[in-house]
Design a protein around this ligand. Structure first.
Ligand code: PLP
Ligand code: COI
Length: 364
């Protein structure tokens, strides 16, 4: 089995979109609806390990209907962005952190780990090749989606697949939530659970999201934008909001639920914890119940609440509803610290602020 760094075979597309077609897409990219001209593909087999690394034209996969991923969801993914900075550089944000989380998830899913340098190299190669797809519009980005699927065609469940495919696709992205930095109205999910101890909550596997759609639909049916997940036992402790981590602000104190194993360890969450310390704020990772959330809003002690993740960066939470009624967070408008932290983070990503933690990874 080879342990030397993989080199990628490059096959450029002979049907890449024209500059006009690309500009039409980039004028209004939405989120995850359009894809660039190329993709990355690397195979793994029990016999040969990682091999057959390619950059190739974006296109469909042909898979046997018995392929394991279709039946047992042995699959997981990552998500990060490439940013075009004011000086023309193209960069990503903390790709080493995504590489590390990719392998944490791989272990939980009994799937092979990918050398971090291959993960980062695959992103660099795809972004370099499709650099014209990195938007120039302020606030727009190229969303990168590395993922791995089990490709053995077999229905047995006594052992994991012995073949996998690592892929990366890229998608120009406008803002994740339509309406920009608009406060969201959240629904407390008291019937559905996203993750339980010993499960896969800390891993970025597709199955976590498959089980979440019904709760997100319930949120929308109740007039809300997003679901808030609570703990599996008592449905009292706040865990996450949809596909984002959650923060609460008490004046100049920031509180966020601890990483107990049921939450995804967000890279945005980790970055905010560090930025908040830089800004002289006090940060605490501790459990918080829905009762505390309501009481702290009623007493005025809680001044802001927000959610954070790669796709939407930082999103204010304006109102909370659940089976037993609801409440407004402060005046329901985006809070001062929410906006300040967002500006700091986005400023680092776009190169308009210093990068004291060395988070920026230059690609071009
Ligand atoms: N929580 C969940 C369930 C997510 O899907 C995500 C997004 O990837 C996050 C939190 C935020 O993670 P990150 O900041 O690394 O994007
Ligand atoms: C995030 O980046 O915050 C996400 O949750 C991504 C989502 C599309 C899965």
């Amino acid at each position: 089995m080879t342990t030397a760094p993989l080199t990628f075979d490059v096959q450029l597309s002979d049907h890449a979109r024209s500059a006009e077609e690309r500009e039409r897409v980039l004028a209004s990219p939405g989120f995850g609806q359009h894809f660039t001209d190329h993709m990355i593909s690397v195979r793994w087999t029990a016999r040969d390990g990682w091999h057959d690394a390619r950059l190739k034209p974006y296109g469909p996969l042909v898979l046997d209907p018995a392929t394991a991923v279709f039946h047992y969801a042995q699959e997981f993914f990552e998500g990060l962005k490439a940013y075009r900075q004011g000086n023309g550089s193209i960069v990503t944000f903390r790709p080493d952190a995504n590489a590390a989380r990719f392998n944490v998830t791989a272990r939980r899913m009994a799937m092979p780990e990918l050398p971090e340098e291959t993960f980062v190299r695959s992103l660099e190669l795809l972004v370099q090749t499709d650099r014209d797809w990195v938007p120039t519009t302020e606030g727009h980005t190229l969303y990168l989606r590395p993922f791995m699927i089990a490709t053995q065609a077999a229905l047995g469940v006594n052992h994991p697949s012995d073949e996998y495919l690592y892929l990366v696709i890229a998608s120009p992205a406008g803002s994740y939530f339509t309406g920009g930095v608009k406060p969201v109205h959240v629904w407390l999910s008291q019937d559905y659970t996203r993750a339980a101890p010993g499960g896969t909550g800390f891993a970025k596997c597709g199955g976590n999201y498959a089980g979440a759609f019904v709760a997100q639909r319930e949120a929308v049916e109740n007039g809300c934008d997003q679901v808030v997940w609570l703990d599996a036992f008592e449905h009292r402790y706040v865990e996450e909001m949809g596909g984002m981590n959650i923060f609460f602000v008490y004046g100049d104190r920031l509180v966020t639920p601890p990483l107990t194993g049921t939450l995804l360890p967000g890279i945005t969450r980790d970055s905010i914890l560090k930025l908040a310390v830089d800004l002289g704020l006090e940060v605490t990772e501790r459990p918080i119940t829905t009762d505390e959330w309501r009481e702290a809003c009623e007493s005025g002690a809680m001044t802001e609440a927000f959610a954070c993740g790669t796709a939407a960066v930082i999103t204010p939470i304006g109102r909370v509803s659940g089976r037993d009624g609801g409440w407004t967070v402060a005046d329901g408008q985006p809070g001062e610290l929410t906006l300040r932290l967002r500006e700091e983070l986005v400023g680092i990503q776009y190169g308009t602020r210093p990068d004291p933690h060395d988070w920026i990874h230059k690609i071009l």
